[in-house]
Design a protein around this ligand. Structure first.
Ligand code: PEP
Length: 257
């Protein structure tokens, strides 16, 4: 099924990086990604202070850059927030919204994540909408209900055409930064559920890219990306090392062949 869709691998640097250290990582990722086939898309979502550096070093390469959050507002008296339009000024392509760390530490509701997704789309960005359940929710059998609610709150605000332009990342909270990865079949089952929900929104939406995120590493990426409804990955820790990140990108390429 997924063989017709492109693969996408996006790094989430979280709050890591220093201007002095980023240059090597960005340059190495750009160089390595140039050898990938064009159906493998690559992005890195960096902290906002490094957008100009990313634009300077990645501009003209196949690697796109992005932000890890956007404001739900277009502008105004919202101290500390960053508008999607400001990201656009730096040539940004991707905007992660609804990462579990923002839902947990900043109390972002499903409705707020929906509003952020809409703002990102209206600014011309591609939102990467994160959904995922905690371990407690999984163990109580609530996975589909939790991620269904998270996705519904986003889709409710979007037209079919807008919804076709989002990327959804399934990131089980218990797998993020823990070294515990969902088993490929376990992840595939959730992705198939998400695919059905997208399909209900409209035929065009069913082909939105669905990423898996949560302790993806070079040694587990290939099997995950080979699943029918897993179109790539959102990569945290392993995106900070060019060698590991590029190996994961190559695993996406292998899964396409
Ligand atoms: C993430 O933060 O989006 C993530 C998937 O992190 P990690 O790969 O480190 O688990």
């Amino acid at each position: 099924m997924s063989t017709q869709r492109a693969k996408l691998v996006v790094g989430n640097w979280k709050m890591h990086g220093r201007i002095s250290e980023n240059a090597a990582l960005l340059t190495e990722v750009a160089a390595g990604a140039s050898a990938l086939q064009k159906d493998v898309r690559v992005g890195v979502c960096v902290p906002c202070p490094y957008l100009a550096q990313s634009q300077a070093l990645l501009g003209g390469s196949v690697v796109k850059w992005g932000v890890q959050d956007v404001s739900a507002h277009a502008g105004g008296a919202y101290t500390g927030e960053v508008a999607a339009e400001m990201a656009v000024d730096f040539g940004v392509t991707y905007a992660i919204v609804g990462h579990s760390e923002r839902r947990a530490y900043h109390r972002e509701s499903p409705e707020l994540v929906g509003a952020k997704t809409l703002r990102a789309l209206e600014a011309g960005l591609t939102p990467i909408v994160c959904v995922g359940e905690t371990l407690e929710e999984r163990e109580s059998g609530a996975t589909e209900q939790v991620i269904g609610t998270q996705l519904d709150a986003v889709l409710a605000l979007l037209s079919e055409e807008q919804a076709a332009g989002i990327v959804v990342a399934y990131e089980p909270v218990w797998a993020i930064g823990t070294g515990k990865t969902a088993q490929p079949e376990q992840a595939q089952a959730v992705h198939a559920f998400l695919r059905r929900k997208l399909q209900e929104k409209g035929a065009a939406v069913a082909n939105a890219l669905l990423l898996y995120g949560g302790s993806v590493k070079p040694d587990n990426a290939r099997e995950l990306f080979a699943q029918g409804d897993i179109d790539g990955g959102l990569i945290g820790g392993a995106s900070l090392k060019s060698k590991d990140f590029l190996a994961i990108c190559r695993a996406a390429q292998t899964a396409l062949q």
